[in-house]
Design a protein around this ligand. Sequence first.
Ligand code: BG6
Length: 507
Amino acid sequence: MDARNLLRDPRDRRLPRVPDPCALVVFGVTGDLARKKLIPAVYDLGNRGLLPPGFVLLGFARRDWGDGDFEQLARRAAEQHARTEFRADVWQRLADSIRFVPGSFDEDDAFDQLDKTLIELEESHGIAGNAAFYLSIPPVAFPTVLKQLDRTRMADSRQRGGFRRVVVEKPFGHDLTSSRELNKLVDTVFTPADVFRIDHYLGKETVQNLLALRFANTLFEPVWNSNYVDSVQITMAEDVGIEGRAAFYDAAGAGRDVLQNHLLQLLALTAMEEPVSFDAESLRTEKHKVLKAVSLPSDLDDFTVRGQYEQGWLGGTRVCGYLDEEGIPAGSTTETYAAVRLGVETRRWAGVPFYLRTGKRLPRRVTEIAVVFKRAPHLPFAHTDTAELGNNQLVIRVQPDEGITLRFGSKVPGSAMEIRQVSMDFLYGAAFTESSPEAYERLLLDVLLGDKTLFPDHVEVEASWRVIDPLEEFWHGRRPERYRAGEWGPHGADEMLAREGRTWRRP
Ligand code: BG6
């Protein structure tokens, strides 16, 4: 056991635990996700003393590489993208435990070699058969890799004597049917309890804080319902384009890429009932209920919007349109923007619209949940312009400038009784000295610890596809509306809210 563990009182849940010695096997180490998120997160965990001494990072990819080549790639990734300061001594400790196995996914020999390497690591690093396999690969390759893990019995924890877990990146399938097939395959290769479906939004501090805000306070819960809430707006805006992921993105579009997972998870956490405790099972029970209660508008034409960016200006630079991005087929009708009005058919939310929107090449990167309250039923102030006063709003800013803002009316100093909207801000950066871990840091650590609290299960995934499938079907073959890069999406999105007398918040 790690000496740090011996010093800790295991009942003290404030201190992060350190996993048992183990290997993290990453498939697709040369991809963007591995270089920008996974490897840096491993480094950050090492830097925070949260990796066991017997930790091994094992890369697998189709490259004619040895351990040293992968170590160099990993070092560059950590230097460029880690959250915490790069320290040579921390790296040196990690570097000694970096291994690489070359091969392609359909090569039996390569997987036999991977198996052999894991067995050798029991001797050299004391990993005692513990391994987590991270599928950081295109979804089409999932079945091939899973079948290889099955063939070699690398997924069999009983036979290997330690834990064997698998991490599957979203999107899980591309519709309900394919996600069911994938779920079935994963759950037969691995024990279902060892399958970690990742949605990195759940690893974000601010997203977890939504639960603290709602359930640790008395102030908000009494007004968190249709008696007081007018509507909820959930926005995930990005200024980036498709960042070289043409093949993946053109097949997925905004609906499958983020609406099906990140945005619906944010909706679930905003709308769910209080779980009986903060454990995996209780949280999932509440999220299931709310996802099952999500309804689509009866008029999809009026209350869903798809957009595709065309060339425009962002941050003083001219950027090309989606159709001119490298690798995008001519005439593609894939959406880079999606907005929809959803309902939640429960007593708590009856009649409250949940407006979700997401887009690429919007003016800035911002994710927020805005709970918009009903207006005061009566205003006894003669000189107050109700339009200017607006609605009270509670805005949870997921990123950047993580925090919470409360917007409410206040008297303008002076002799007249004039009321205007003001903001009260809580900023993580100002309230806490600790900086927030990256989502992948938290989630990778949870995988190694075997804690599934922040991972959606297949019932949630299927419930989400049930929401998205009819939308995708409706959108199929239709041309998305155009919007200029650097603008807040297509006009149709504004018209959608205007139909109900509302406007989008400008984040
Ligand atoms: C990913 C999507 O899941 O989330 C990307 O596939 C998107 O298209 C990314 O850019 C955004 O993540 P974040 O954490 O930067 O908001």
